[in-house]
Write a protein that binds this ligand. Sequence first.
Ligand code: ARG
Ligand code: ZN
Ligand code: CA
Length: 243
Amino acid sequence: VNGQIQIPVVVNVLYKTAAENISLAQIQSQIDILNEDFNAQNSDFNQVPSAFSGVKANVGVTFVLDAVYRKSTNKKSWGTNDAMKKTSTGGLNPTSPTTKLNLWVCTIGGGILGYAQFPGGSSATDGVVIDSRYLGDTGTATAPFNKGRTATHEVGHWMNLRHIWGDTTCGTDYVNDTPTHNTANYGIPSYPHYSTCSGNPIEMTMNYMDYTDDAGMYMFSNGQKSRMLAIFSAGGPRVSFAQ
Ligand code: ARG
Ligand code: ZN
Ligand code: CA
Protein backbone atom coordinates (compact mmCIF):
# COMPACT_ATOMS: atom_id res chain seq x y z
CA VAL A 1 0.00 0.00 0.00
CA ASN A 2 2.54 2.58 1.32
CA GLY A 3 0.82 5.76 0.27
CA GLN A 4 -0.24 4.83 -3.25
CA ILE A 5 -3.97 4.67 -2.62
CA GLN A 6 -6.08 6.38 -5.29
CA ILE A 7 -9.78 6.70 -4.50
CA PRO A 8 -12.40 7.18 -7.24
CA VAL A 9 -15.09 9.55 -5.98
CA VAL A 10 -18.75 9.33 -7.06
CA VAL A 11 -20.73 12.49 -6.25
CA ASN A 12 -24.50 12.20 -5.82
CA VAL A 13 -26.22 15.60 -5.89
CA LEU A 14 -29.80 15.80 -4.58
CA TYR A 15 -31.45 19.15 -5.16
CA LYS A 16 -34.76 20.94 -4.80
CA THR A 17 -33.55 24.47 -5.54
CA ALA A 18 -31.28 25.53 -8.40
CA ALA A 19 -28.68 26.62 -5.84
CA GLU A 20 -28.55 23.11 -4.38
CA ASN A 21 -27.75 21.75 -7.85
CA ILE A 22 -24.14 22.84 -7.41
CA SER A 23 -21.80 23.31 -10.34
CA LEU A 24 -19.19 20.87 -11.54
CA ALA A 25 -16.63 23.57 -10.72
CA GLN A 26 -17.74 23.51 -7.06
CA ILE A 27 -17.53 19.70 -7.01
CA GLN A 28 -14.09 19.72 -8.61
CA SER A 29 -12.90 22.35 -6.11
CA GLN A 30 -13.67 19.85 -3.34
CA ILE A 31 -11.76 17.05 -5.07
CA ASP A 32 -8.79 19.42 -5.45
CA ILE A 33 -8.94 20.35 -1.74
CA LEU A 34 -9.04 16.68 -0.70
CA ASN A 35 -5.94 16.09 -2.80
CA GLU A 36 -4.17 19.07 -1.24
CA ASP A 37 -5.13 18.23 2.33
CA PHE A 38 -4.29 14.52 2.09
CA ASN A 39 -0.94 15.23 0.38
CA ALA A 40 0.42 18.09 2.51
CA GLN A 41 -0.08 20.42 -0.45
CA ASN A 42 -2.52 22.78 1.29
CA SER A 43 -1.30 26.38 1.26
CA ASP A 44 -1.72 26.65 5.06
CA PHE A 45 0.32 23.51 5.88
CA ASN A 46 3.26 25.80 6.71
CA GLN A 47 1.16 27.39 9.48
CA VAL A 48 1.54 24.23 11.59
CA PRO A 49 3.38 25.36 14.76
CA SER A 50 6.95 24.10 15.12
CA ALA A 51 5.87 22.11 18.19
CA PHE A 52 3.99 19.83 15.80
CA SER A 53 6.30 19.93 12.78
CA GLY A 54 7.69 16.50 13.71
CA VAL A 55 4.29 14.86 13.47
CA LYS A 56 2.54 16.72 10.63
CA ALA A 57 1.70 14.22 7.92
CA ASN A 58 1.61 13.76 4.19
CA VAL A 59 -1.06 11.04 4.16
CA GLY A 60 -0.44 10.22 0.50
CA VAL A 61 -3.96 9.28 -0.58
CA THR A 62 -5.30 10.78 -3.83
CA PHE A 63 -8.86 11.30 -5.05
CA VAL A 64 -10.17 11.26 -8.61
CA LEU A 65 -13.63 12.44 -9.66
CA ASP A 66 -15.25 9.36 -11.20
CA ALA A 67 -18.86 10.38 -11.89
CA VAL A 68 -21.51 12.91 -10.88
CA TYR A 69 -25.16 11.88 -10.59
CA ARG A 70 -27.85 14.51 -10.13
CA LYS A 71 -31.45 14.08 -9.03
CA SER A 72 -34.22 16.63 -8.60
CA THR A 73 -36.27 15.95 -5.46
CA ASN A 74 -38.91 17.78 -3.46
CA LYS A 75 -37.26 17.27 -0.08
CA LYS A 76 -36.20 20.48 1.67
CA SER A 77 -33.76 18.76 4.03
CA TRP A 78 -32.58 15.19 4.46
CA GLY A 79 -31.47 14.81 8.08
CA THR A 80 -28.92 12.18 9.10
CA ASN A 81 -30.87 8.92 8.71
CA ASP A 82 -29.27 7.96 5.35
CA ALA A 83 -32.47 8.64 3.34
CA MET A 84 -30.32 10.39 0.70
CA LYS A 85 -28.45 7.11 0.14
CA LYS A 86 -31.49 5.09 -0.98
CA THR A 87 -33.51 5.36 -4.15
CA SER A 88 -36.42 3.85 -2.18
CA THR A 89 -36.54 6.93 0.08
CA GLY A 90 -36.08 9.49 -2.68
CA GLY A 91 -32.30 9.52 -2.72
CA LEU A 92 -29.68 7.81 -4.83
CA ASN A 93 -28.13 4.41 -4.16
CA PRO A 94 -24.33 4.38 -3.99
CA THR A 95 -22.37 3.31 -7.06
CA SER A 96 -19.74 0.57 -6.51
CA PRO A 97 -19.35 1.44 -2.81
CA THR A 98 -16.69 -1.21 -2.17
CA THR A 99 -14.32 0.38 -4.68
CA LYS A 100 -15.50 4.01 -4.89
CA LEU A 101 -16.05 6.68 -2.26
CA ASN A 102 -19.63 7.88 -2.60
CA LEU A 103 -20.33 11.46 -1.61
CA TRP A 104 -23.89 12.72 -1.23
CA VAL A 105 -24.39 16.46 -1.55
CA CYS A 106 -27.72 17.79 -0.28
CA THR A 107 -29.24 20.02 2.37
CA ILE A 108 -28.92 18.12 5.65
CA GLY A 109 -30.52 20.61 8.06
CA GLY A 110 -30.20 20.99 11.83
CA GLY A 111 -26.91 22.86 11.53
CA ILE A 112 -25.12 19.67 10.42
CA LEU A 113 -22.27 20.33 7.98
CA GLY A 114 -21.67 16.70 7.07
CA TYR A 115 -21.50 13.15 8.39
CA ALA A 116 -19.66 9.98 7.51
CA GLN A 117 -19.87 6.22 7.89
CA PHE A 118 -16.89 4.60 9.62
CA PRO A 119 -15.19 1.55 8.05
CA GLY A 120 -16.91 -1.77 8.72
CA GLY A 121 -20.50 -0.70 8.09
CA SER A 122 -23.01 -1.70 5.44
CA SER A 123 -21.79 -1.01 1.91
CA ALA A 124 -25.33 0.08 0.98
CA THR A 125 -24.89 3.22 3.09
CA ASP A 126 -21.12 3.63 2.88
CA GLY A 127 -19.70 7.05 2.12
CA VAL A 128 -19.89 10.66 3.20
CA VAL A 129 -22.70 13.24 3.20
CA ILE A 130 -21.85 16.94 2.85
CA ASP A 131 -24.32 19.83 2.91
CA SER A 132 -24.06 21.64 -0.43
CA ARG A 133 -23.29 24.96 1.34
CA TYR A 134 -20.12 23.48 2.84
CA LEU A 135 -18.69 21.65 -0.16
CA GLY A 136 -15.60 22.98 -1.91
CA ASP A 137 -14.50 26.61 -1.93
CA THR A 138 -16.54 28.20 -4.72
CA GLY A 139 -20.18 28.49 -5.81
CA THR A 140 -22.50 28.18 -2.80
CA ALA A 141 -19.69 27.46 -0.30
CA THR A 142 -20.46 29.52 2.81
CA ALA A 143 -18.08 31.04 5.39
CA PRO A 144 -16.62 30.08 7.80
CA PHE A 145 -16.88 26.58 6.34
CA ASN A 146 -15.98 27.49 2.76
CA LYS A 147 -12.56 25.93 2.40
CA GLY A 148 -13.65 22.35 1.82
CA ARG A 149 -12.55 21.13 5.23
CA THR A 150 -15.91 19.55 6.07
CA ALA A 151 -15.18 16.87 3.47
CA THR A 152 -11.56 16.56 4.65
CA HIS A 153 -12.87 15.98 8.20
CA GLU A 154 -15.60 13.55 7.08
CA VAL A 155 -13.26 11.57 4.83
CA GLY A 156 -11.02 11.37 7.91
CA HIS A 157 -13.92 9.65 9.71
CA TRP A 158 -14.54 7.46 6.64
CA MET A 159 -10.90 6.42 7.00
CA ASN A 160 -11.44 5.51 10.67
CA LEU A 161 -10.36 8.71 12.47
CA ARG A 162 -12.14 9.74 15.66
CA HIS A 163 -12.56 13.32 16.83
CA ILE A 164 -9.32 14.53 18.37
CA TRP A 165 -10.99 15.06 21.77
CA GLY A 166 -12.44 11.54 21.75
CA ASP A 167 -16.07 12.75 22.04
CA THR A 168 -15.83 13.02 25.82
CA THR A 169 -13.91 15.22 28.26
CA CYS A 170 -10.19 14.39 27.84
CA GLY A 171 -11.21 11.34 25.78
CA THR A 172 -9.04 9.38 23.37
CA ASP A 173 -8.82 9.36 19.58
CA TYR A 174 -6.67 6.18 19.72
CA VAL A 175 -3.79 8.13 18.16
CA ASN A 176 -0.61 8.57 20.20
CA ASP A 177 0.91 11.66 18.60
CA THR A 178 -2.18 13.85 18.99
CA PRO A 179 -2.44 15.60 22.39
CA THR A 180 -5.35 14.88 24.71
CA HIS A 181 -7.90 17.65 24.19
CA ASN A 182 -10.29 18.83 26.86
CA THR A 183 -13.20 19.07 24.39
CA ALA A 184 -14.02 20.30 20.89
CA ASN A 185 -12.58 23.66 19.80
CA TYR A 186 -14.52 26.15 17.68
CA GLY A 187 -13.68 29.27 15.69
CA ILE A 188 -9.95 29.80 15.30
CA PRO A 189 -8.30 29.37 18.71
CA SER A 190 -5.18 31.42 19.38
CA TYR A 191 -1.96 29.43 19.80
CA PRO A 192 -0.99 28.03 22.21
CA HIS A 193 -4.27 26.74 23.60
CA TYR A 194 -3.56 24.53 26.63
CA SER A 195 -5.49 21.41 27.50
CA THR A 196 -6.89 21.05 31.01
CA CYS A 197 -6.30 17.29 30.76
CA SER A 198 -3.45 15.39 32.40
CA GLY A 199 -0.09 17.06 31.68
CA ASN A 200 -1.74 20.19 30.23
CA PRO A 201 -0.43 19.64 26.69
CA ILE A 202 -0.79 22.29 24.00
CA GLU A 203 -3.84 21.22 22.00
CA MET A 204 -3.48 20.49 18.28
CA THR A 205 -6.43 22.74 17.44
CA MET A 206 -5.29 22.99 13.81
CA ASN A 207 -5.97 19.28 13.28
CA TYR A 208 -8.68 18.40 10.73
CA MET A 209 -10.41 16.22 13.34
CA ASP A 210 -11.16 19.11 15.67
CA TYR A 211 -14.25 21.35 15.20
CA THR A 212 -12.63 24.68 14.32
CA ASP A 213 -13.53 26.87 11.34
CA ASP A 214 -12.18 25.69 8.00
CA ALA A 215 -9.41 28.31 8.14
CA GLY A 216 -8.34 26.99 11.56
CA MET A 217 -7.61 23.38 10.49
CA TYR A 218 -4.70 22.36 8.27
CA MET A 219 -3.03 19.11 9.35
CA PHE A 220 -3.30 15.38 9.99
CA SER A 221 -0.67 13.73 12.21
CA ASN A 222 1.55 10.76 11.41
CA GLY A 223 -0.38 8.66 13.92
CA GLN A 224 -3.62 9.54 12.15
CA LYS A 225 -1.97 8.65 8.84
CA SER A 226 -1.04 5.18 10.18
CA ARG A 227 -4.57 4.65 11.44
CA MET A 228 -6.02 5.67 8.06
CA LEU A 229 -3.64 3.60 5.92
CA ALA A 230 -4.24 0.50 8.09
CA ILE A 231 -7.80 0.17 6.77
CA PHE A 232 -6.45 -0.34 3.23
CA SER A 233 -3.95 -3.07 4.17
CA ALA A 234 -4.49 -6.84 4.02
CA GLY A 235 -7.38 -7.80 6.29
CA GLY A 236 -8.39 -4.16 6.70
CA PRO A 237 -12.01 -3.03 6.26
CA ARG A 238 -11.29 -1.00 3.11
CA VAL A 239 -8.73 -3.28 1.44
CA SER A 240 -11.03 -3.42 -1.63
CA PHE A 241 -10.09 0.22 -2.35
CA ALA A 242 -6.37 -0.60 -2.52
CA GLN A 243 -6.57 -2.95 -5.48
N1 ARG B 1 -19.80 18.64 12.51
C1 ARG B 1 -19.31 17.78 11.49
C2 ARG B 1 -18.86 16.43 12.05
O1 ARG B 1 -18.57 16.27 13.20
C3 ARG B 1 -18.24 18.41 10.62
C4 ARG B 1 -17.33 19.41 11.20
C5 ARG B 1 -16.48 20.02 10.11
N2 ARG B 1 -15.76 21.19 10.51
C6 ARG B 1 -15.37 22.15 9.63
N3 ARG B 1 -14.62 23.15 10.03
N4 ARG B 1 -15.70 22.10 8.39
O2 ARG B 1 -18.80 15.44 11.37
ZN1 ZN C 1 -16.72 14.71 12.92
CA1 CA D 1 -4.35 11.29 21.03
